[in-house]
Design a protein around this ligand. Structure first.
Ligand SMILES: [Zn+2]
Length: 85
């Protein structure tokens, strides 16, 4: 999707919202909650969205490597998808 081609309908009508400033709003829609809790304020990761205007498909990416690290530490790993070396 980041190469400008929609993986669902193969259209090249793909638009990026990566530069939208509001994406850093922790409480907006455009973020993934990494962790929350009673004693800590919630931690979120901002998302870069890619939208295909032909079929409406949306893909989202977290661009902050530190957030990705934290997710790998805290989230439950989904097994069954071996990585190629
Ligand atoms: Zn599409």
């Amino acid at each position: 999707m980041r190469d400008g081609i929609c993986p669902k309908c193969l259209s090249t009508e793909v638009y990026s919202g990566a530069d939208i400033a509001a994406k850093t709003n922790s409480y907006g829609m455009n973020a993934v909650p990494i962790r929350g809790g009673i004693y800590f304020s919630p931690v979120t990761a901002a998302l870069d969205n890619y939208v295909c205007t032909s079929c409406g498909y949306v893909e989202s990416y977290i661009s902050d490597p530190k957030k990705l690290e934290e997710i790998a530490e805290r989230w439950v790993k989904v097994e069954g998808s071996p990585k190629k070396p």
